[in-house]
Design a binder for this molecule. Structure first.
Ligand SMILES: Nc1ncnc2c1ncn2[C@@H]1O[C@H](COP(=O)(O)OP(=O)(O)O)[C@@H](O)[C@H]1O
Ligand SMILES: [Mg+2]
Length: 231
């Protein structure tokens, strides 16, 4: 269980995250929804230890979170441009997870195959399509066997017709009992997922609902409903 409790993050004295709390069980897909600038990416960045929090706590399985158990796929994928696809996977495996080169290559091979980009192993990221880059970025994050996977705007760099592919991959990962936390403003993606939605405004979660609750009782979640309808 991931438990985010009362987190506050300030930049230059201004509260960018203002008392944010939510939790997620293994297998749960959490969607942080909201306009640009509300603090969605900042939540993912504190979950992956790229930013520290000013107050509050983040727990995973009844203790302070071990950030090594959190994987991140960035909006622009952040692949290492000067490394081949294969090296993008093997370098974190050898340098971060301290695997042997041989072991790293075996894991990289399996993951690239799983995400259907094994034929690109010796290419550089520049030679890949957006969808391929994303699958390499996902493969790289999953190599390190995270319990929590953060995805920042996973559909923003892709053609809209790839949205259902991305939703399918996310759903399959959740089925393997990972916690998935997605920052997005993409209603198409939201509607393709069975998830828990937290609508954000000005650094706060202002309304929460599951997809099912929203579907069955939209009038009870008027802010989320309006956001979904573009109002
Ligand atoms: N490193 C930073 N320094 C100063 N301000 C930041 C920094 N990172 C984010 N912000 C500000 O925090 C707010 C929330 O940003 P962000 O979490 O990226 O929003 P979102 O992902 O919802 O678009 C924005 O106003 C942004 O300018
Ligand atoms: Mg963002």
């Amino acid at each position: 269980m991931l438990i985010v409790k009362n987190i506050v993050k300030k930049f230059h004295g201004k509260k960018i995250l203002d008392d944010v709390s939510f939790s997620a069980a293994p297998g749960e897909i959490v969607v942080l929804l909201g306009q640009s600038g509300v603090g969605k990416s900042t939540i993912l960045r504190v979950l992956s230890n790229l930013e520290t929090i000013d107050s509050g706590s983040i727990e995973l399985d009844h203790g302070p979170i071990d950030f090594k158990k959190v994987g991140m796929v960035f909006q622009d994928f952040n692949l290492f441009a000067h490394m081949t696809v294969q090296q993008n996977l093997t370098v974190p495996l050898t340098k971060v997870a301290l695997k042997s080169e041989q072991e790293a290559q075996t894991i990289a091979h399996l993951m690239l195959d799983r995400f259907n980009v094994l034929s690109k192993a010796q290419d550089y990221p520049v030679a890949l399509s957006g969808g391929q880059k994303q699958r390499v970025a996902l493969a790289r994050a999953l190599c390190l066997n995270p319990q929590v996977l953060c995805l920042d705007e996973p559909t923003s760099a892709l053609d809209p017709q790839l949205t259902s592919d991305v939703a399918k991959i996310i759903t399959e990962l959740a089925e393997q009992q990972m916690v998935i936390v997605i920052a997005t403003h993409d209603i198409g993606l939201l509607e393709a997922l069975s998830c828990t939605i937290h609508l954000m405004r000005d650094g706060k979660i202002i309304q929460s609902a599951t997809s099912k609750m929203l579907q069955e009782n939209p009038e009870s979640f008027i802010n989320i409903k309006n956001f979904v309808q573009g109002k």
